[in-house]
Design a binder for this molecule. Sequence first.
Ligand code: ZN
Ligand code: ZN
Length: 386
Amino acid sequence: MRKDALLIIDMSNDFVHDQGGLSAGKPAQKIVPFIVELADQFNEMGKPIFFCMDAHEPNDAHFKLWPVHNVKGTWGAHLYGSLGEWYATHKQEQKVHFIPKPEYDAFIRTNLDQLLKEYKVDTVHLVGVCTDICDFLTAYGAYSRGYATIAYKKGMATFTDQHERFLAHMHAILKQQSLTKTEADHVTKRCEDVKQRCSWVSTDPDYVAYHDFEWGRPTYDSQELFELLCLEGMQAGLSWITILKRRSSFRQAFDRFDPKCMSAYSEQKIEHLMKNKGIIRNRLKIKAMITNAQMYLALEKQQSFSDFLWSFTGGTPTVHHYKEAEAIPTSSNESLLMSKALKKRGFKFVGETICYAFMQASGMVNDHETGCFCYAKCLPAQNKVN
Ligand SMILES: [Zn+2]
Ligand SMILES: [Zn+2]
């Protein structure tokens, strides 16, 4: 049986907080809930967890290359936000470790390797910052010492534009196990004991991971919402799993759904996309997405795309209480209003059904079945039940 350990890398105030000395900012803050959840899962399963953390002297030679960060004993070197709380709650537990590290690679001049060997660990799971620096080099440190590695796409972030590239790079040169699959394997394993999910979720690991970590979680980031709306539009007439399986190809093909890039696509680019087997090759839909990118930019001049969309539910998720999938509608008054408003502004492939699916996915409505373990997780803060 595989023996796993979780390595949480450099999630300090300096690397994550807006005021941090070398902060990856919002992308790093966004991965915190995912990492906390992963830490809970590892802890529940009795698997060891290592907080690997830069620990520098004030005059470290390292600071010739980087802004000052993670100086021993300072605020900046403390774990960020809810991860700090998680650690404070669990630090007395035997399998929770804090590894101060002097280098990028958490294996250099630390006792990490020794501890992993004591636990007979053969696979390390990596999360934290930064994807292309300490995550990458620690992954190599693990690989070169004979450990299998798993990198979590949704558990890593960086302050450069190299996130996706380095994930692919690690996957290629460190024989890393497939990200979404292992992520989902992990979820599946965890859920064998207690978890009950919405009845529509198949056993496909990608689908399970999508349901558990994304579907129905309130999303307020304009660009993420734009991506989701594009994907929902692409789905029209197809199954969601068809889109999900192609999502990374879509991201690559459509410049990670950056509206600025997409709005400027030429005829030549469209022809190029029509030859891309990784995506849905439907000219009408592709053109619609380009139009939508242009409309997004126009709308953003007046108000944020996120505020605009969330206004249809008054800014907070609408909580439903459906016991069974059969009871869940495919559109609503709000989705009809959203559809009309988007169409009026020139958006395409935004019918009321698409809008409703979008509202469910982005957490504007909580349509997890009441028996699903995600139902409570997707409630707005004020009526959160634990
Ligand atoms: Zn450092
Ligand atoms: Zn659910």
